[in-house]
Design a protein around this ligand. Structure first.
Ligand code: EPZ
Length: 418
C-alpha cells in the first residue's frame, strides 16, 4: 500500500484548480440508469470512488466511456442486481436502488454495512420507496425491491435530513406516477446539482435549494449534458491548507456560496478570504484563533470538513469546541493527530481542542477519506517528517492531492509500497 511523506513547515503559495465534486458525480452517474439515451457529464474528477460507480453501472448494462474530464453513459439495463463485492467497497452504491426500481420495477441491491464513521443505516431510503408503493424485503444481506405496477407519487416527511435518501427518492420520483413532495429534504449543493441534471433530462422538479422538493413524475427521461459543480469539500480542505501553513493560495473555480459556514469559521479564526470572479484567495498573515463549530446539514458546517478544521484548530491559539452531530464515530483522526502533538479530548459528541504551539511529524495512519486528509494538513504544518499510510482512502476523493499541494511549494511525495 502506498504512503505519503511530507516534510512540514512550508507556507503554501500559488494556485490550485478545484475538481468536480465527488459527491455530486456519484448520484449523477446513477442517473445513467434513468434513460437509454446518452447522458454526458463533464468536469468529472479522476477518483477511485467514481471508478467504482462506473464498474457498478457497467455490470447493470450501462456503457460508461471516459474521455478527458467527461463521462458518457448510455445503454439498456440488463441486470438489476448490485452485488455485495462492489457495494461493500462504496456505500454510495445504494444510489442505484431508486433508479433501478423506478425504471424496471425491480432491484436487488446489497445492503451496505456499517463503515468507519458510523453505522449509517439506509432505513429512510427504504421507507420512502415503500411509501411510493414498492415492496421491500431484506433477504441474505440484500434489499429486494419490487414495484411491478410502478412507483406512485406521495408526500414524504423525512424525520431528519439525509443526503442519500433525498437523492434516491428524487431520482425515483422523477419517473413515478403523479406528484411526490419531499419535506425536510437535504439541500446540499450536490442535491441542487442533481435536480438540475434531472430537469435537463426532462424531469419536473420545483423547490431547488429549499428543504421541500416537489416532483411531478414523467413517463420517460431523455439524454442530456451536465457540467458537475466544483467540489466544495476539496475547496474547504485546500483553504485549510493555506490557513494551517500561514500561506496564500488562490482556489480556482471554487464557489464561495457553497462554503458559507466554513468560510465564516475560517474568517473568525483569523484567515483572510478574498472573493474573485472565478474563485477565491485564502491567506493568513497573523496567528490563528480557536473557534467552536458544530456539524449540521447544509447550510451549516459540513461534517465532511470537521476533521480538517480540527487539524487547523490544533495549532490555533486558545481552545475550540468541535461537535459532530451527523455521524456517531467520526473522531478517528483524533488519536492520530494526538500522535503529532495535538491536544484533544473527546467528550461524547464533542472534542475540545487546546491549540499547541506546534505539531511534530510522525508516522500516522489514515482511517477514512476526510480523516486522512486532516493528517495531510497536520503534516504540512508539523515540524519534521510525517508519513501517512493507507492513502487509498485519500485516492477515493481527492484528485492528484500531492501534485496540487506540491505545485504550491509543499514538500510532499507518494512512496510506492515496496
Ligand atoms: C453523504 O452521505 C455524503 N456521501 C457523505 O460524504 C457526507 O458525510 C454525508 O452525506 C453528510 O453530509 C455522498 O454524498 C456520497 P446522510 P450519506 O444520509 O448520504 C443517518 C465523504 O467523506 N441516516 O445524509 O450517506 C446517517 O447514518 C462522505 O465524502 C440514517 O439513519 O449521508 C447519518 O448519521 C462520507 N438512515 C445521517 O443520517 C438513513 O436511511 C446523515 O446521513 C440515511 C441516513
Amino acid at each position: 500500500m502506498d504512503s505519503i511523506r511530507i516534510t512540514g513547515g512550508v507556507p503554501l503559495s500559488g494556485r490550485i484548480a478545484i475538481s468536480g465534486a465527488k459527491n455530486a458525480a456519484l448520484p449523477l452517474m446513477a442517473c445513467g440508469l434513468l434513460t437509454d439515451e446518452p447522458l454526458r457529464l463533464s468536469n468529472v474528477a479522476r477518483l477511485a470512488d467514481l471508478a467504482t460507480m462506473a464498474q457498478l453501472l457497467a455490470q447493470h448494462g450501462i456503457e460508461v466511456r471516459a474521455e478527458e474530464r467527461e463521462l458518457s453513459l448510455g445503454g439498456r439495463i440488463s441486470n438489476t442486481e448490485a452485488p455485495y463485492e462492489i457495494v461493500r467497497k462504496m456505500r454510495a452504491s445504494i444510489l442505484v436502488l431508486g433508479p433501478l426500481l423506478a425504471r424496471t420495477g425491480e432491484a436487488r441491491v446489497s445492503l451496505p454495512g456499517g463503515c468507519a464513521i458510523g453505522t449509517r443505516p439506509v432505513d429512510l431510503h427504504l421507507k420512502g420507496l415503500e411509501a411510493m408503493g414498492a415492496r421491500i424485503r431484506l433477504e441474505g444481506g440484500y434489499v429486494e425491491a419490487s414495484a411491478p405496477r410502478g412507483l406512485r407519487g406521495v408526500e414524504i416527511v423525512f424525520p431528519f435530513v439525509s443526503v442519500g435518501a433525498t437523492e434516491n427518492l428524487l431520482m425515483a420520483a422523477s419517473l413515478a406516477e403523479g406528484r411526490t413532495v419531499l419535506k425536510n429534504a437535504a439541500r446540499e449543493p450536490e442535491i441542487t446539482d442533481l435536480a438540475k441534471c434531472l430537469i435537463a433530462m426532462g424531469a419536473r422538479i420545483e423547490g431547488l435549494e429549499t428543504d421541500t422538493l416537489t416532483i411531478e413524475g414523467v413517463k420517460a427521461l431523455h439524454g442530456a449534458a451536465h457540467d458537475i459543480l466544483p467540489d466544495r469539500i476539496e475547496t474547504g480542505t485546500y483553504a485549510c491548507a493555506a490557513a494551517i501553513t500561514g500561506g496564500d493560495i488562490f482556489l480556482e473555480n471554487a464557489r464561495a456560496a457553497d462554503l458559507g459556514a466554513v468560510l465564516t469559521s475560517l474568517r473568525e479564526a483569523g484567515v483572510e478570504i478574498a472573493e474573485a470572479e472565478n474563485g477565491f484567495r485564502v491567506s493568513r498573515a497573523n496567528g490563528l484563533r480557536g473557534v467552536d463549530v458544530t456539524t449540521e446539514p447544509f447550510p451549516g458546517f459540513p461534517t465532511d470538513m470537521q476533521a480538517q478544521f480540527m487539524a487547523l484548530m490544533s495549532v490555533a491559539e486558545g481552545a475550540s469546541l468541535i461537535t459532530e452531530n451527523i455521524f456517531e464515530n467520526r473522531f478517528m483522526h483524533v488519536p492520530e493527530l494526538a500522535r503529532m502533538g495535538a491536544r484533544i479530548n473527546i467528550q461524547g459528541a464533542s472534542a475540545i481542542v487546546r491549540g499547541a504551539a506546534h505539531l511534530t511529524g510522525a508516522p500516522v495512519m489514515a482511517t477514512d477519506l476526510r480523516a486522512s486528509v486532516s493528517l495531510v494538513l497536520a503534516g504540512l504544518a508539523a515540524r519534521g517528517e510525517t508519513t501517512i499510510s493507507r492513502v487509498y482512502h485519500l485516492d477515493r476523493g481527492y484528485e492528484a492531492v500531492e501534485e496540487k499541494l506540491a505545485g504550491c511549494g509543499a514538500r510532499i511525495e507518494r512512496v510506492a509500497a515496496a
